[in-house]
Design a protein around this ligand. Structure first.
Ligand code: SF4
Length: 673
């Protein structure tokens, strides 16, 4: 599993437009898992005001605001009932309902009564801040001490210079060795005083790290101590929805049955879990494993690993394809014969040898490449308890790897959600809730599915479908690109502010861009090669464009999902145009996922769950860039006649409510006038 070189967090594979990227959910604010919470506390305060007297009726003693918002009172009450009865709430909670306070207040109530701990799981560091600020406000207003441990990865918190100099794996080894040998001064320093301060006052992780560093204490050690007595622990998904869960629970000295889980932006969870349940055999990993074997005197094993690395490397240039187990097992047999000659082991004996080397390596280092090769080769042939439809073996050219993937996210999430005291999975786009509950393996007898009212006034937003265009492959061509370009320009003319258009691929974006005529609007275009700084620079230029910019980007990309286009409380985008239905290209993984869903949930579900729903998710995310607060006004154009088809409309949350408009620019003009 690939990890971030900078912070060690598991990387996720994100499909942006027509390409696939590996991104770190912690380091890259433009990752597809960036969410819409920036400024949420301010928005809450602005809309409702912090209360000075009693909480609104039914909101509970931890609710920090004067009033509840539309939809929020029911959300609070559902969270409370669900957690009290030990169930799992799968909730579509539109932006603006006030999810963070809405979920934390009743969760704290239930936890206080049952003596359990609330785990607020987020995929982004920026969301940590929102949760921590909400909890600080809650503590002030309720007058109750709340102990919070806000944690990110060990590497990202480590004050030692090596944490920046070393890659994730090397840092893990360095840290384990330093702890075991007692050579880390920070770890050896008594953390008691820092622990007391962190347990007394709520600190954001940055402040906790600063305090620990000042006192020469390991922040990870201090925050782990705090987590053991905390009311709320703020963490990344990975600590629960991965094989780290046992370690996490051991470290915090608790059982899953003591945990109340809140999973924020839960629509990302199935992809995050599938990314986690992916193992790759690459020439680089095999090279490292060979070095380990040679260092520990296992020369035939080292020879075998070198040859296997050559074999993987020789596949470079081949197209992506699904494989049967034999595609790798047969050549492995031949390589074993060549490397071990007379003493040729079978696969089980090979795994034993690899395992032995890994055990020796792990006595000195945190991770072992031989261990990772063992994990891959153990999985590749398949397991009796794992349905063949639920796995994918493939050659993955982008990673130069043989890849083994578990497609069934519920296999990991289901048992965890069955064991915790209660859980809330929430997101503004977690729709349809039943599909997410099924994919994540939420036990039927514990699932509660709810959708909440959109609190934004309908008159402030218009969603319109343009039936005159389509991104369908059979309709693409210069004429269609010209028509789309002309619609974008005319909507821009009718819009008193910035406009964004999001495309299904970089290629289509470029084709349409060449057809755009001259305009006084500043054109800002997302590039496939953009890194974090370049994306931020583009957003800054949009902010400085004085409402006179046209921004072009791709759906499923950083701009269409990762940023809240808001400045000084106002929305930076007055019109957002979603060009085409962003169906994913029919890759090996997409097709395998569809077959798995057909098999698991019934014929036809594969297309809906594996193809249609992700496209709708991307559409909603892109469209959602326009309106971030109740007073924002925005026009959203869906530029594809297929959006008016019943099969698509029935998958849109009811509050989207799009209307077909023969003349989209005229509709925009009417809306803004
Ligand atoms: S023990 Fe703490 S301070 Fe020391 S290297 Fe590990 S994370 Fe860094």
């Amino acid at each position: 599993m690939a990890t971030c070189d900078s912070c060690g967090t598991l990387l996720e594979m994100v499909r942006t437009g027509d390409s696939v990227e590996h991104r770190c959910p912690d380091c890259d604010p433009g990752s597809a898992t960036e969410t819409s919470y920036e400024g949420a506390v301010d928005a809450d305060v602005e809309a409702a005001g912090v209360r000075s007297g009693d909480a609104p009726a039914g909101a509970g003693r931890f609710f920090p605001f004067e009033d509840t918002r539309p939809g929020q009172a029911r959300f609070l009450s559902d969270v409370r009932d669900t957690l009290k009865s030990g169930d799992v709430l799968v909730a579509q909670v539109p932006t603006g309902v006030g999810k963070t306070a809405g979920v934390l207040s009743p969760a704290l109530e239930v936890a206080a009564r049952s003596g359990s701990t609330v785990f607020f799981l987020t995929s982004k560091q920026s969301q940590h801040k929102v949760a921590v600020e909400t909890l600080s406000l809650t503590e002030q207003v309720s007058g109750t001490d709340i102990v919070v441990s806000d944690m990110i990865s060990k590497k990202a918190m480590c004050p030692r210079p090596e944490s920046e100099q070393l890659g994730a794996r090397a840092f893990g080894e360095f840290c384990s060795k330093a702890m075991a040998q007692g050579t880390c001064d920070y770890y050896e320093t008594d953390e008691e005083s820092v622990f007391r301060e962190l347990a007394r006052d709520i600190h954001h992780v940055e402040d906790a790290v600063e305090l620990s560093e000042r006192e020469h204490v390991c922040p990870y050690k201090a925050l782990t101590e705090v987590a053991r007595v905390a009311d709320v622990v703020v963490l990344d998904y990975n600590h629960f929805f991965s094989d780290l869960v046992t370690t996490t629970m051991d470290r915090f000295q608790m059982d899953l049955s003591d945990a109340i889980l809140v999973v924020d932006e839960a629509h990302n969870l199935p992809d995050r879990i599938r990314s986690h349940l992916t193992w790759r055999l690459t020439p680089g990993l095999l090279g490292e494993a060979s070095d380990e074997a040679r260092t520990h005197g296992a020369h035939p094993l080292a020879r075998f690993l070198d040859r296997l690395a050559d074999l993987v490397q020789r596949h470079d240039g081949q197209e992506e394809q699904k494989l049967e187990p034999e595609a790798l097992l047969d050549p492995i047999d031949e390589l074993l014969e060549k490397a071990f000659r007379l003493a040729q082991p079978d696969l089980h004996e090979l795994l034993d040898e690899l395992h032995d080397v890994a055990e020796v390596v792990r006595k000195e280092e945190a991770v072992s490449a031989c261990g990772e090769v063992t994990e891959f080769l153990e999985r590749w042939p398949g397991k009796r308890d794992l349905d063949e439809d639920a796995v994918l073996r493939m050659w993955e050219p982008e990673a130069t790897a043989f890849t083994f993937k578990v497609l069934d996210a519920g296999r990991l999430a289901g048992p965890i959600l069955s064991q915790v005291q209660g859980a809330v999975l929430m997101s503004g786009t977690l729709y349809p809730m039943g599909m997410y509950a099924g994919i994540l393996g939420v036990p039927n007898d514990r699932a509660r599915l709810e959708r909440y009212q959109n609190p934004f006034p309908e008159e402030n937003r218009k969603v319109a479908i343009d039936p005159g265009v389509s991104s369908k492959a059979t309709e693409r061509g210069p004429q269609m690109y010209r028509r789309i370009a002309s619609t974008i320009q005319d909507v821009a003319k009718a819009t008193p502010g910035n406009v964004a258009a999001f495309f299904p691929s970089y290629k289509m974006m470029s084709n349409v861009e060449t057809k755009l005529g001259r305009s006084s609007r500043r054109r800002l275009v997302e590039q496939r090669s953009f890194d974090k700084e370049e994306r931020e620079s583009l957003v800054n230029r949009l902010e400085r464009a004085d409402g006179n910019a046209l921004m072009l980007g791709v759906q499923g990309g950083s701009l269409s999902e990762g940023y809240d286009f808001e400045a000084d409380g106002e929305n930076l985008l007055k019109s957002v145009l979603v060009v085409g239905v962003p169906y994913a290209p029919p890759t090996t993984e997409v097709e395998s996922l569809q077959s798995f869903f057909d098999e698991r949930f019934g014929d036809g579900k594969g297309w809906q769950y594996g193809y249609l729903a992700p496209a709708i998710q991307r559409t909603l995310q892109a469209a959602g860039r326009a309106v971030r607060a109740a007073h924002h006004e925005a026009f959203v154009g869906l530029l594809d006649r297929r959006f008016s088809q019943r099969q698509i409309q029935s998958w849109l949350p009811p509050d989207v409510n799009p209307h077909v408009e023969q003349d989209l620019p005229a509709a925009a003009e009417r809306f803004f006038s």
